[in-house]
Design a protein around this ligand. Structure first.
Ligand code: BG6
Length: 515
């Protein structure tokens, strides 16, 4: 993007004292600013109810950048100039005067720059404030130009299908669809965005991307982190709502969608919704057969002791909230009929690893004596960014002996620069009015529709098959059993760090033996 493409912008962050602002939003805006992606004229209004000294507040933001920005510590001179664009507004989200004061300030800014530019309102707030803030913005005509004014809403979008529908109706009554940006930061991740390029700009894979050649697909987002200080929120959410209904379903959609008719927001979102609508509905019986849930108990992660989930702060001592989910999904479309999609996510696992593994079918040619490992296409989203293709090759030597080898594209070898954070990409999209990487309300509702039978079945039988797993393990054994007969266990990236204890069972099993 060329600097200057974005109109002057008044950016408002509601929930300015929260973690998201300090860890993600301000570092992202600062990096956009230092890379000349923000317009020359911009202002950031940070709204929260606490009375704070503005210079103290800015100091906290600076510390946030120093700690969390991908570029490390902020350049003090650049920070000073950037910080002059930030203004703290103390205000209760439920009181009218907050919005009166905000409106005056925005008008004042627009008067100075002499352009009615973009207004972006970021809701970094607890769900209970979304409606009240949205209503105030509407009533006070703060967000009333559909070509210029946008709201950005963080997940969770409701806690079930009904509440999501209600929230969507509420927002749609006040704003045009194109003004509402439902953010899912997974869509801003570099590798996630690359999947579409990989699939649709390289004709070599597209003809193979279907039930004829693909055996099964695994989408796994393992997290090393525990719920930590977020017990209060997490205990009423759980892994299904926190990760599967949004982030993993985004990955599912990008992997399973048909090629959209063009690279354009509506076309892409239509293709994604179609995937979710074709997911075979779970029944009460299939939930307990095809979905595994777990909860971590005390253990050791990376040499450090980790308390069990029920011992975490703000978590009920008898909690039945799942911190791990693995599920087998079927997509009843022409392309995918009969190909299972396995999704898995969990907290307190041995290490962070988000990987999509596409396993192709066995070769029909049985001319070699060796066991042949089916081809696997591996897309690693984080922490490594990598696309690899496992294929069989002849082992060098005098006889025809086969071994699997990997053809690899690794970002860290190909590109030396540090990659933009998801929030940088997404915030810039909002400022430019590009909704391609944001969810439409029908996609959110379709996603809730898929998980509702699971939530209902678990609600009816809260303890049934809630399996404990030790922190620092890869989750309940039953999640491996779920893969049968397609695989013995979940795919894991090769261990690259010598001190990493995690076993690389899949590849190790096929690796050349020494001696
Ligand atoms: C958030 C969830 O949306 O995503 C967290 O609420 C989770 O529980 C996080 O840890 C994972 O994001 P990332 O980018 O670290 O994979």
């Amino acid at each position: 993007m060329k600097p200057g493409k974005v109109l002057p912008a008044a950016i408002t962050i509601f929930g300015a004292k929260g973690d998201l602002t300090r860890r993600k939003l301000i570092p992202a805006l600062y990096n956009l600013y230092t890379a000349d992606h923000l317009p020359a004229q911009f202002i950031i209004y940070c709204v929260d109810y606490l009375a704070v000294d503005e210079s103290e507040f800015k100091k906290e933001l600076l510390e946030g950048i120093d700690e969390f920005s991908r570029n490390g510590k902020a350049d003090r001179n650049k920070w000073e100039v950037f910080a002059a664009h930030i203004s703290y507004i103390q205000g209760d989200f439920v009181k009218a005067e907050t919005y009166v004061s905000l409106k005056n300030k925005i008008k004042n800014f627009e008067g100075i720059v002499q352009i009615r530019g973009v207004r972006m309102f970021y809701f970094a707030v607890a769900p209970r404030f979304i409606e009240v803030i949205a209503d105030a913005l509407y009533v006070r005509k703060l967000c009333n130009r559909d070509t210029l004014d946008r709201i950005v809403v963080e997940k969770p979008f409701g806690s079930d299908l009904d509440s999501a529908k209600k929230l969507n109706r509420y927002l749609n009554k006040r704003f045009k669809e194109k003004q509402i940006y439902h953010i899912d930061h997974y869509l801003g991740k570099e590798m996630v965005q690359n999947i579409m390029a990989f699939r649709f700009a390289n004709y070599v894979f597209e003809p193979l991307w279907n039930k004829k050649y693909i055996d099964h697909i695994q989408i796994s987002v393992a997290e090393e982190v525990s719920v930590g200080k977020r017990g209060g929120y997490y205990d009423s959410s759980g892994a299904l709502r926190d990760m599967i209904q949004n982030h993993l379903f985004q990955l599912l959609c990008i992997i399973a969608m048909d090629c959209p008719r063009e690279y354009e927001a509506e076309a892409i979102r239509d293709a994604k919704v179609k995937v979710l609508k074709n997911v075979r509905p779970f029944t009460n019986q299939s939930v307990f057969k095809d979905v595994v849930r777990g909860q971590y108990t005390a253990g050791v992660i990376n040499g450090k002791p980790q308390v069990g989930y029920k011992e975490e702060g703000q978590v009920a001592k008898d909690s039945v909230t799942e911190t791990f989910v693995a599920a087998k999904l079927s997509i009843d479309s022409e392309r995918w009929k009969g190909v299972p999609f396995f999704l898995r996510t969990g907290k307190s696992m041995p290490r962070q690893s988000s990987v999509i593994m596409i396993q192709f079918k066995d070769s029909p040619h049985k001319i070699f004596k060796d066991d042949i490992m089916p081809n696997q296409l591996i897309i690693s989203i984080q922490p490594e960014l990598e696309i690899g293709l496992m294929f069989e090759a002849k082992e060098p030597g005098l006889h025809m002996k086969l071994l699997p080898v990997e053809m690899d594209f690794m970002y860290k070898e190909e590109y030396k620069q540090s990659l933009p954070e998801a929030y940088e990409a997404l915030l810039l999209d909002v400022l430019e009015g590009d909704a391609t990487q944001f969810m439409r309300d029908d996609q959110i509702e379709a996603a809730w529709k898929v998980v509702m039978p699971i939530l209902d079945a678990w609600k009816k039988s809260p303890k049934r098959q809630l399996i404990p797993y030790e922190a620092g393990s890869w989750g309940p054994k039953a999640s491996d059993t779920l893969l049968k007969p397609y695989a013995k266990e979940w795919f894991r990236l090769p261990v690259r760090l010598a001190d990493d204890q995690a076993a690389n069972s899949n590849l190790a099993a096929h690796a050349p033996q020494e001696g």
